[in-house]
Design a protein around this ligand. Structure first.
Ligand code: HEC
Length: 193
């Protein structure tokens, strides 16, 4: 949370440059609590699923969620629609010249799917789904990719146990420009190569 506090300080300093009228002044002096931040603090540590919320949803329920809230853009059975290509299949295609990128073929961990859907989908109403709906619709998409049975119920534990086909397909990007050290105070000036 420290970095968020710094963002807050930075915003406060910027707003000092043109003093607002007293009625518009921000409420200085009030410490941001974990509770205040809870709605934004939804990151999941995807390799082991730490941070996944309680709750569960079935593949069957996920189909209902999908048909109601996703199919208009992603097409029926997630095979592609007006806004996005297929979210099914392509598994193993990364070693061919016709790569098909889907959650099933690309994501290294099933919890990536949960995290993405919870943050970003439906495109027109992000974060409008309940955690149960996100578990369910993630389970449905995994099922369509052949990674969960039709009668599966999905929760934090289930997601951690799904072995994604591309789990070992990622490499660490060790190019020199990715080695910048995190620094918030008295930082070295940026060195251009
Ligand atoms: C209004 C259209 C729209 C709706 C409704 C919508 N999506 Fe999407 N979805 C998109 C678009 C556009 C993208 C691509 C976004 C991007 O690449 O930045 C996307 C991307 C995705 C991806 C990433 C796919 C990948 O290959 O990594 C997933 C997963 C996804 N959507 C799931 C869902 C689910 C689940 C729902 C329903 C709860 C949903 N979407 C509803 C438009 C939509």
């Amino acid at each position: 949370m420290r970095s968020l506090e710094w963002v807050f300080v930075a915003v406060a300093l910027v707003s000092c440059s043109s003093p607002p009228k007293s009625s518009e002044r921000p409420g200085f002096g009030q410490r941001v609590t974990e509770r205040d931040l809870a709605a934004w603090n939804i990151d999941v540590r995807t390799p082991d699923g730490t941070g996944l919320p309680p709750g569960q949803g079935s593949v069957a329920m996920g189909k209902d969620v999908y048909d109601t809230k996703c199919a208009s853009c992603h097409g029926s059975d997630a095979k592609g629609g007006p806004m996005f290509g297929t979210m099914v299949g392509g598994i193993g295609s990364f070693t061919t010249n016709t790569r098909v990128v889907t959650p099933g073929s690309m994501y290294p961990y099933a919890s990536v799917l949960f995290d993405y859907v919870r943050r970003a989908m439906p495109l027109t109403a992000p974060q409008s789904l309940s955690n149960e709906e996100v578990y369910a619709v993630s389970g449905y998409i995994l099922h369509l990719n052949g990674l969960l049975p039709a009668d599966a119920t999905v929760d934090a534990r289930t997601l951690a146990t799904v072995r994604m086909p591309n789990r070992d397909g990622f490499i660490v990007d060790d190019r020199p420009d990715t080695k910048a050290a995190r620094c918030m105070r008295d930082c070295e000036p940026l060195r251009r190569p």
